[in-house]
Design a protein around this ligand. Structure first.
Ligand code: KIV
Length: 263
């Protein structure tokens, strides 16, 4: 799988599978899996660092996550998120942010929205760097959106999102994440565009799906949006492992003879 194959996926109507990842250990597992793309998302701010939004994470922290993932998953396409405001402070500083993420090991970058940075996207693409767009619920704008809520519910919003989707394609994005939009809108955008769409909370008609790894593995207990399907009760499984270790230590059944260096 390379960025170039993605267009073929769309033509063949074969769905693209993307999962987020932020560290080496999980990246190694994903490297051996059947998934197509790893997204080192700025959701790292929330699931790895415990913030309420994606706003606090900066380019340096994102570059550390990208580098860890790229060491663990050399065979996968890795997309790195540009964090909050890192691409809104002028060309020089935006390109420095792109450089850090790419030099850390990403093969493409993702950024949210398009209004006001169409030229920047063109410039990044013209610099030889693939760009993934992201529309709908764009978490970096959570305060402007009034919370993490479904977008594109009114006719005006639908039209605005369709216009933005066209702008992403025209600016040279190779694919587009659609987050938390009604399935009929995601379907319209997917049919309208030549580039593949990858949905999260956007229904079945997108060209691919993405989930945050912690959600997919059932590692988070506090919050489960309706679009999440967990394939493991990771929280319960891990809790049980920690508690069994504790019990074994306290009962002195760990370490056993074969787990000790004797002599
Ligand atoms: O940061 C992230 O994890 C994302 C996905 C939700 C698409 O942008």
């Amino acid at each position: 799988m390379t960025i170039l194959n993605l267009a073929e996926y769309k033509n063949r109507k074969e769905h693209i599978v993307m999962v987020t990842c932020y560290d080496y250990t999980f990246a190694r597992i994903l490297n051996d899996s059947d998934i197509d793309i790893i997204l080192v998302g700025d959701s790292a701010a929330m699931v790895m660092h415990g913030f309420d939004t994606t706003i606090p994470i900066d380019v340096e922290a994102m570059a550390v996550h990208v580098a860890s993932v790229s060491r663990g998953a050399p065979d996968k396409v890795i997309v790195g998120d540009l964090p909050f405001l890192s691409y809104r402070k002028g060309l020089q500083s935006s390109m420095e942010a792109v450089e850090k993420i790419m030099k850390a090991g990403a093969q493409a970058i993702k950024l949210e929205g398009i209004d006001g940075h169409e030229d920047l996207v063109r410039h990044i693409v013209d610099s030889g760097i693939p760009v993934m767009g992201h529309l709908g619920l764009t978490p970096q704008s959570v305060h402007q959106l009034g919370g993490f809520r479904v977008q594109g519910r009114t006719e005006d919003d639908r039209e605005r999102l369709k216009k933005q989707a066209r702008a992403c394609q025209q600016a040279g994005c190779f694919s587009l994440v659609l987050e938390c939009v009604p399935d009929t809108l995601a379907e319209e955008i997917t049919q309208m565009l030549d580039i593949p769409t990858i949905g999260i909370g956007a229904g079945i008609h997108t060209d691919g799906q993405v989930l945050v790894m912690q959600d997919l593995l059932g590692l988070t207990r506090d919050f489960k949006p309706r679009f999440v399907r967990s394939y493991l009760d990771g929280y319960a499984t891990m809790l049980d492992a920690f508690n069994r270790f504790t019990a074994d230590v306290r009962s002195k059944s760990f370490p056993a003879k074969e787990e000790r260096y004797t002599g």
